[in-house]
Design a protein around this ligand. Sequence first.
Ligand code: NDP
Length: 299
Amino acid sequence: MSDGKIIDGKAFAERLRGRIKAAVEALGRDHGLRPGLAVVLVGEDPASQVYVRNKATQTVEVGMHSVEHKLDAATSQDELLALIAALNADETIDGILVQLPLPDQIDSQAVLDAIDPDKDVDGFHVINAGRLATGGAALVPCTPLGCLLLLQDRLGDLSGLHAVVVGRSNIVGKPMAQLLLGANCTVTVAHSRTRDLPAMVRQGDIVVAAVGRPEMVKGDWIKPGAAVIDVGINRVPAPEKGESKMKLVGDVEFASAVAVAGAITPVPGGVGPMTIACLLRNTLISAERRAGVAGEGDL
Ligand code: NDP
């Protein structure tokens, strides 16, 4: 009954990767170019290792050149900055991604700001944040970009819709709000100091939850028919699956929200798969821009 409401991010991401692959082939055929993505991992955080492996696999699958730099957990900031400088100067590399979190001895922002903004495929450099805020040709953070693409695919033109973004982080909430504003939504950004959050969320034709609190947004907070994008990825105990088993849930209480929403992303299988697909999209765009080749409108 609720199947038609589910926004299938996995399927959308697969289609997007197919279009990226075709564009990568065209770039090679017509211009002799092969986009390259370098991923830098410092230390041995198991979750980060999984992310980096998935990124490398998908990079190769779309026909791009993939480079992985795995550095020791004791790497100094100067060593990491030297690697970034080398990647900035490397003509075979179009995108540089430094996997976060970094060990304590390294100032993450200093490292992110050392990346050439035109190779900053995560879109975290202050120059790209500024370009996004002022309507310039930014490389846009991957997760909010994925959310926007899912919304536009489901709803078409977003003009005039009221979007409520819950969360104001630099990597999700703020760029999400900028993107929705750019798509002509009326945007409210809510956060931990917002008064009467349920009443605020209830005003949204679109609700984006990026909070990091398991199932915080309840179904009775949702305006009937609203589109709900759940960015949250929370690992919680799942005693129903067996002792010490865990499961992933979002920031939205899916069971109650799906009954009210017009459309909703599940967790997993909603926003999550879009992030790497958008990283590849940004790498392609970076390669096209750096080579002065038009084409990004095709995606
Ligand atoms: P942050 O912790 O950086 O930001 C959380 C935001 O939520 C803050 O702005 C905070 O407000 C707000 N917040 C916290 N508690 C409340 C509350 N009770 N009521 C209202 N607002 C609240 O998280 P991120 O933005 O990095 O990530 C958010 C979620 O998205 C996480 O679950 C994360 O795992 C997930 N995520 C998923 C990705 C993917 O799908 N690939 C990628 C990135 C993140 P304040 O600013 O006032 O503290």
